[in-house]
Design a protein around this ligand. Structure first.
Ligand SMILES: NC(=O)c1ccc[n+]([C@@H]2O[C@H](COP(=O)([O-])OP(=O)(O)OC[C@H]3O[C@@H](n4cnc5c(N)ncnc54)[C@H](O)[C@@H]3O)[C@@H](O)[C@H]2O)c1
Ligand SMILES: C[N+](C)(C)CC=O
Length: 507
């Protein structure tokens, strides 16, 4: 089966490379897809360039492009069951989570299909009646969209929907580990009427298939979601041709619980914050900051409930969370916990691969709780991206804020308190792109998402998520053109009055 989509055709990898995709929950074969090389990606870039420079898409009325997005939203819902199944098999997440993701993906296409229909134009009053001044927005050009494996289609949707509605063309490279839903999306875009060459898909490893996306001069923008080290590399590569760049990177997110919080809500959500999708969430509440007086009671209950969380495959009706994505990732999470213990953290539950029964066939790691942690430890500062929570204590509001902000990351965080003004004060002082008060995890297509500090550059979703894909142009029209005579001219001695009336072009 051809699985690269280039210039409106489904094609095989030129060098004949393929990759087997196996379900992380049991190692079963999900499918075999083409593995692109740099030459395939260069062909995809050429197709996207041609579609942008010569095709109709950038010049269509915005409402027509928005209609295509609304059609895609309908098609996503039509195929929801199939897409959710593909996503769960590729990632090992529970089917219910796969289904939830398809609804989220749909909401992004619907949001931009509904909110971005009008031409974006602003008149500027320059104080002269002989001048018409306007600011307009235009597509940027060819966009390289590079995405990770944890929320495969969702992270693709956050880029593809605004990219398309703004009139750009793109080359998408999803994670090599989870390609199936991106393939399906290309089929839906084709069905919804996206012209050939506008949407292109390459599959494969970052170092080979991905490499030209940040170096090829025909690419105008790189939008990347993934790890901070990859993001830094792409930023360096992109600098040579001054590409615009948007980065959605990792996080090590503090979840602050004050003693006056609703205890059951804070406790229950502290578990969801970090153990949802086995901790493979950029915004996971992997740092639990507990007010000293509440520590013993809260931690005892967290340990009890963490130990009871049931692990299982996508279609196991009893499972509450799934597998880690790969053996390499399982090894990384294991090493991270070992390092934490060596640093002085106290392991209270979990800590080693789960191998009971069928779990032995997959990459399962149990919910793990590490107490006695502090911000000098690497286990508090670095992202494990697994089901591992580190616990720190604080004495007062000041210390809670200081600890929460003591990180190179600034993606997300939460504060739990029944004191409304304290919640607001702390939320405003937390240096993060998203802060929840008495909640954890919600995000919506209407509100911006992104990171402070090393968690990224730029925003996805909301109005800013669309602006990432638009250039801004100022158009100045002189309605009564006349020589400026700044340097003088043959008529300089004859028409001083007319020149004064028109005003100098320079100001
Ligand atoms: N901020 C967010 O919204 C957000 C959302 C999801 C995931 N993440 C982060 O993603 C990370 C996990 O994802 P991952 O392991 O897939 O990240 P990763 O950085 O290893 O890979 C991400 C993507 O980049 C590609 N890639 C790697 N090297 C490349 C290169 N030289 N050129 C082009 N492409 C290249 C990969 O093939 C993959 O498609 C975590 O750090 C997580 O926090 C962030
Ligand atoms: C951005 N989000 C929360 C959907 C997935 C992060 O990994």
């Amino acid at each position: 089966m051809s699985s690269l989509y280039i210039g409106g055709s489904w094609v095989r990898a030129r060098a004949g490379g393929t990759r087997e995709i196996r379900c992380p929950a049991d190692g079963s074969l999900v499918g075999t897809v083409d593995e692109a090389s740099a030459a395939d990606t260069e062909a995809a870039i050429a197709a996207a360039r041609e579609a942008f420079d010569e095709g109709p898409w950038p010049h269509l009325p915005t409402a027509e492009r928005a209609d295509v997005l609304l059609k895609v939203a309908d098609l996503l819902q039509r195929d929801k069951a199939d897409i959710a199944r593909m996503e769960s098999l590729d990632t090992g997440k529970r089917l219910a989570e796969g289904e939830y993701d398809v609804d989220d993906v749909t909401s992004v296409f619907r949001h931009y299909g509904e909110s971005a229909r009008s031409e974006s134009e602003r008149s500027v009053d320059v104080g002269r009646d002989d001048v018409e001044s306007r600011v307009v927005h235009e597509p940027i050009g060819v966009c390289a969209l590079i995405t990770p494996w944890n929320y495969p289609l969702l992270q693709v949707a956050w880029k593809v929907a605004p990219c398309l509605v703004a009139g750009n063309t793109f080359v998408l490279k999803p994670s090599e580990l989870t390609p199936h839903t991106a393939i399906h999306l290309m089929r839906l875009l084709e069905e919804a009427g996206v012209p050939a060459g506008v949407a292109n898909l390459v599959l494969g490893a970052g170092a080979d298939a991905g490499a030209p996306l940040s170096t090829d001069p025909r690419v105008d923008l790189v939008s990347f979601t993934g790890g901070v080290e990859t993001g830094k590399r792409l930023m360096v590569n992109s600098a040579a041709t001054v590409k615009k760049i948007a980065l959605e990177l990792g996080g090590k997110n503090p979840n602050i619980v004050f003693a006056d919080a609703d205890r059951e809500a804070a406790l229950d959500n502290a578990l969801t914050a970090v153990f949802l999708h086995s901790g493979q969430v950029c915004s996971a509440g992997a740092r639990l900051l507990v007010e000293e007086s509440l520590h013993d009671e809260l931690v005892a209950e967290i340990v009890k409930r963490a130990a009871a969380i049931r692990l299982g495959g996508p279609f196991d009706a009893d499972a509450e969370t799934g597998a880690l994505i790969s053996e390499a990732h399982l090894d990384k999470v294991t090493a991270y916990v070992d390092m934490a213990v060596a640093e002085g953290a106290r392991l209270l539950v979990g800590g080693a691969r789960a191998t009971e029964g069928d779990l032995a066939d997959g990459y399962f790691f149990p919910p793990t709780v590490l107490d006695d942690c502090d911000t000098t430890m690497r286990c508090v500062q670095e992202e494990s991206f697994g089901p591992v929570v580190t616990i720190e204590t604080f004495r007062d509001e000041e210390e809670a804020v200081r600890l929460a902000n003591d990180s190179v990351y600034g993606l997300a965080g939460a504060v739990w308190t029944s004191d409304e003004s304290k919640g607001e004060r702390v939320a405003r002082r937390m240096r993060m792109g998203t802060v929840w008060i008495n909640d954890y995890h919600p995000y919506v297509a209407q509100a911006e998402w992104g990171g402070y500090k090393q968690s990224g550059i730029g925003r996805e979703l909301g109005a800013a998520g669309l602006e990432e894909y638009r250039e801004t142009k100022h158009i100045w029209r002189n309605l009564k053109p006349a020589p400026s005579e700044w340097f003088g001219s043959s008529s300089a001695d004859g028409d001083d009055d007319a020149n004064e009336e028109n005003g100098a072009a320079h100001g």
